[in-house]
Design a protein around this ligand. Structure first.
Ligand code: 13P
Length: 248
């Protein structure tokens, strides 16, 4: 059984007062049957953690460096993310791949650093609109999956998020069949590579997940949860998504 996961990526949004949503999520989901992770911007991680005592909500970062420490101004070391009590880190988000030219190999190195620090790496992959329209989505996903996931990965240290770039922040999503096809392919490739462990690795869908489409997405085979952007910024939107996942 794979434990389901609702992860929220705040991107470069949020504030200290906005962290009050953790208290609201606590009240709404006192006995939460799924994992819930919020990934606020780095300056908010400490504040966020102060709000999670007795809460089912875990806290994650949005990126880390591949090295443990050193002369990397502005970057964040995975061991430090772990030291303050965060449990997850997103790596390889398409916004970072696009803005900073992060390659699959760099993403794999970051994921390995996160895992070595005791964090769960949420590795993002996803095709562009051109790649989807050219019929290359599955090939692109396979290549990114092979290149972005470190060989030492285990179900306890790895989550993969399929986020089609053209679905992020657009209100568009692939069809349910398209999501199911990608997730089936990811599952098959992880099983080929990691054997039984590949069956237990969690696969998230991300890209315009909202309260009104969550039920359909979570009903799909091999969708073990979601990586949510805009709808994770308020308890009003994120809570129904957690409920949909809990009931799926
Ligand atoms: P939206 O849910 O806002 O489309 O963002 C998805 C995403 O990029 C999460 O990492």
């Amino acid at each position: 059984m794979r434990r389901k996961l609702a992860a929220g990526n705040w991107k470069m949004n949020g504030s200290i007062p906005a962290l009050d949503m953790i208290r609201k999520l606590n009240l709404a989901h006192p006995e939460c049957p799924v994992d819930v992770v919020l990934c606020p911007p780095a300056p908010l991680l400490g504040h966020a953690l102060q709000n999670t005592a007795g809460s089912p909500v875990m806290i994650g970062a949005q990126d880390c460096h591949a090295e443990e420490k050193g002369a990397h101004t502005g970057d964040t070391a995975a061991p430090l993310i772990a030291e303050i009590g965060a449990t997850h880190v997103i790596v390889g988000h398409s916004e970072r791949r696009a803005a900073y030219g992060e390659t699959d190999a760099q993403v794999a190195a970051k994921a390995a650093a996160a895992q070595a620090a005791g964090l769960i790496a949420i590795v993002c992959i996803g095709e562009s609109l051109d790649e989807r329209e050219d019929g290359r989505a599955l090939d692109v996903i396979e290549t990114q999956l092979a290149g972005s996931i470190p060989s030492g990965s285990a179900p306890e240290t790895l989550v993969v998020a399929y986020e089609p770039i053209w679905a992020i922040g657009t209100g568009k999503t692939p069809t349910m069949d398209e999501i199911a096809d990608v997730h089936a392919r990811m599952r098959a490739k992880l099983s080929d590579r990691f054997g039984a462990a590949g069956e237990s690795m969690r696969l998230l869908y991300g890209g315009s997940v909202k309260p009104d489409n969550a039920d359909n997405i979570f009903a799909l085979d091999n969708v073990d949860g979601a990586l949510v952007g805009g709808a994770s910024l308020s308890a009003e939107d994120f809570s129904p998504i957690i409920t949909a996942l809990s009931e799926s």
